[in-house]
Design a protein around this ligand. Sequence first.
Ligand code: ATP
Ligand code: MG
Ligand code: MG
Ligand code: MG
Length: 439
Amino acid sequence: MRLSRYFLPVLKENPAEAQIVSHRLMLRAGMIKQQTAGIYSWLPLGFKVLKRIEQIVHEEQERAGHIALLMPTLQPADLWRESGRYEDYGQEMLRIKDRHGRDMLYGPTNEEMITDIFRSHVGSYKDLPLTLYHVQWKFRDEVRPRFGVMRGREFYMKDGYTFDVDKASALHAYNRHMVAYLRTYERMGLTAIPMRADSGPIGGDDTHEFLVLAETGESEVFYDQAVTELTLGERAVDFDNRDEVAAICDEFTTLYARTDETHDEALFNAVPEDRRRVGRGIEVGQIFYFGTKYSEAMGATVVTQDGNRVPVEMGSHGIGVSRLLGAIIEASHDDKGIIWPEGVTPFHAGIVNLKQGDAEADAACESLYKALAGAGLEALYDDRSERAGAKFATMDLIGLPWRITVGPRGLAKGVVELTSRRSGESVEMSPEAAVARLV
Ligand code: ATP
Ligand code: MG
Ligand code: MG
Ligand code: MG
């Protein structure tokens, strides 16, 4: 992409309404625009990152054997009357009437709708296990929408639903989600710690939230420092192997890590004192096993191998896709701007032409741009006639992991400069070597 033809409305001034750094930087970097409280347009740069995050979510769900579909944002109230949640959900639910006076709602989550899909088409243990998920916009009329996309009213969420014939199989589905989520967050450059959580109004027996540590997080967290050092890394996981998946979950949930809702002072005090930490965290996902709560209420049953008809065992599993942009920036920025982890960066590299209009510099930038594209890397080429300082400031603000700086002085020596956004370190090398370094 050539910056002269892109739409990147960066702000020079700090927007007064932004209280936390990620919100400030997303506005300044021209990623989002608020349309009304808690509702945002996703401008091109923000949209690109949102799609990269969504893509990682899809890839890791697919790896675990889960199946994507798409349910609508608007739902009929009648489904929610069946589960009893239409009355219970309260003011967070946006209720709408259509022209015929029928009660509709903008979905805050999809347990009812997926249970309806299931009961319409599945009736035998032979079709299980089954995990269906989608990534779709949700609406919750939050009392206090704030911190930009972190607590929006309209937000983008991955929500997956598991259907199993018995509890053991449902817990395997739960564990599969935990492991898939661990890899999902790691690929985004995040340390997201599974913490035992309170099941709250959805109701359930087993639930963990995934928290990214950040001072601006809304949850108070208590944890053993050692838990932050665990990583899944490149391990190959056989998601069908119950014991293997369960062992990974044990590894990540044995050390103490809880939110204030489930915190237990006595257990926490058993953690060696030098490793005890109290901090704050951002909830970027949650997994739930809730058994037959919805299947019983809505008549979603399956025939077992011995011919009995039983309500199907269920769980639901969510990732805050749009909130993750905020969480990633909270975890990865400096005073100049965002520092995107490679896994989610909107462009792989920026090219800064120090002397736009200089035939040699222009030609070198063009050929670098093409070489990167040829290697499958998308670059943002700053081809505007701006001062070098302004170009650097924009690149630092939008946080691309690499910057290639091209100018007549370097080209006279046959070199360009490759700068890492994270370390700030610059190295001179030939344009070919710079491309090879990024591939
Ligand atoms: P919170 O405690 O922050 O209100 P929640 O527990 O109500 O979140 P869930 O029902 O668990 O949310 O939804 C799954 C995920 O969706 C959450 O872990 C979070 O990452 C994301 N999410 C929930 N509410 C919002 C929101 N208002 N704006 C952006 N993301 C949200
Ligand atoms: Mg909530
Ligand atoms: Mg919560
Ligand atoms: Mg939650």
